[in-house]
Ligand binder design. Structure first.
Ligand code: AMP
Length: 435
């Protein structure tokens, strides 16, 4: 190998990035557990046949290989298909409805771009074994709370239903066969605009009149209730679409009852979502600060788990794209910016005073303060303070012979350069809430 490098589309996350990612994970985990979701972890590798036949068009993006034993394996593409396998495999031990969350990397052979990687981390939350619209609403309430707690400004969740799209295709005179391509064309609306979608529909063989009808319907906008009412009128002849609109209405009632602020969601009939396995509500959260794509997405998939379990198990869930959240938060300056988890740095005056500094560091750690200590008693104070500064810690604590004799510590606030001597027993209090 001539040049040392990592694989394209797969990223190394250095400490500053990791601290932000861990913060995101901690917030999202906290919110999921607040709703009573339970943790699950599955391997990154599955038998290829577990993933095959579940993803529609996207199946070509699966990384597949044969291992030394001749087994056909695949890197997981998402955490949803592995969940379906788990539900089937442990059906005797799991009680439904089951709320589970999972965090880990998934792999897709995509063309890498900003916000689109070949290895990326998702945090999934799903409710398995409930067809109640309250379950759909709970998933949307969970993601709304998480995005709000992460500090995202102006995010919105777009809601739609697969059978609303189906109804749009049917009233436009298209059969089920043609509908898949139509959904994919509609899904690109925000990227290629109405004219682009029209062109694509015509290319798929949709008549100009049907294309115009589809475009009219998918562009209906406004208050959620008004959008539903207008769609109900226009899709009145289609029983499945009518039931889907009823279902969306019940989900909206749940959202309001759960206290999700009305400005955080909209009904968007143009939202299709790429994956083949959705059967009911679909959604995506977006922010104007990130026009490149969704922060997260999900929906109801009532049939996928049944493919493994042999009986229908209605399920609804979502996947936070941790990489997207990370990229956008970095760009917007949200979340922690530190490159070290430490907030304090204890200097060492010289070899003979190392013991005193080490015991001060131990006391700080015992009190819960993340503390770095110099590893180089021979280095001058200036050099040690420079290291503390580079690490971005808030406080340097200097313990020289004079301070030791007086029972004091010099506390230097590296954020503003102020320093003062404080009695050793008062150091923690002087460092304030952060310890
Ligand atoms: P999906 O599993 O396709 O429904 O995607 C769910 C979420 O995962 C998306 O909204 C993105 O935030 C994230 N995601 C999907 N694909 C990628 C990728 N290639 N790179 C980074 N994040 C992704």
């Amino acid at each position: 190998m001539s040049k040392v490098q990592n694989i394209k589309g797969m990223r190394d996350h250095l400490p500053q990035a990791m601290l932000l990612r861990q913060h995101i994970l901690a917030v999202v985990t906290r919110v999921a557990e607040r709703f009573g979701f339970e943790p699950l972890q599955t391997p990154v590798l599955e038998y290829a046949e577990v993933l095959e036949g579940k993803l529609g068009d996207e199946e070509k993006l699966i990384y597949r290989f044969e291992d030394q034993g001749g087994r056909r394996l695949a890197l997981r593409y998402d955490q949803t298909v592995p969940l379906a396998r788990v539900v089937a495999q442990y059906s005797g031990t799991l009680t439904l409805p089951w709320r589970r969350y999972a965090y880990g990397p998934s792999y897709r052979g995509e063309r890498p771009a900003r916000g689109r990687y070949r290895e990326f981390y998702q945090f999934d939350a799903d409710i398995i074994g409930s067809s109640s619209p309250l379950a759909d609403a709970e998933i949307v309430a969970l993601l709304s709370e998480a995005l709000a707690e992460l500090g995202f400004p102006g995010f919105t969740t777009l809601l739609n239903h697969r059978q609303v799209l189906g109804g749009i295709a049917r009233v436009s005179g298209l059969d089920e066969q043609a509908a898949g391509g139509v959904y994919r064309a509609i899904d690109k609306f925000d990227k290629i605009g109405a004219a682009g979608v029209r062109e694509e529909l015509l290319r798929l063989g949709v008549s100009p009149a049907a294309a115009d009808q589809i475009l009219l319907l998918v562009q209906i906008e406004g208050e959620p209730a008004a959008v539903l009412a207008e769609l109900a009128g226009r899709l009145a002849g289609d029983a499945r679409a009518t039931a889907a609109l009823e279902n969306l209405r019940a989900i909206l009632v749940g959202l309001a009852a759960m206290g999700v602020p009305a400005e955080r969601y909209r009904v968007a009939p143009r939202l299709a979502r790429g994956l083949a396995y959705y059967t009911g509500m679909v959604f995506e959260s977006i922010t104007p600060h990130w026009p490149e794509g969704s922060l997260l997405g999900g929906g109801r998939y009532d049939e996928l788990i049944g493919q493994f379990a042999g009986r229908p198990i209605p399920t609804v869930g979502l996947a936070f794209g941790i990489d997207r959240l990370h990229d956008v938060m970095e760009e917007l300056g949200l979340g922690p910016r530190a490159s070290s988890p430490a907030t304090a740095y204890v200097t060492i005056f010289g070899a003979e005073l190392a013991g005193a500094s080490l015991s001060l560091a131990r006391e700080l750690r015992a009190a819960g303060v993340n503390t770095l200590v110099s590893l180089d008693p021979g280095a001058g104070l200036g050099k040690q303070l420079k290291e503390a500064d580079r690490k971005g810690v808030h406080y340097a604590l200097v313990l020289g012979p004079d301070e030791l004799a007086r029972g004091e510590v010099v506390l230097k606030d590296l954020r503003n350069g102020e320093q003062r001597s404080v009695p050793r027993e008062a150091v923690l209090a002087a460092m304030g809430a952060e310890g």
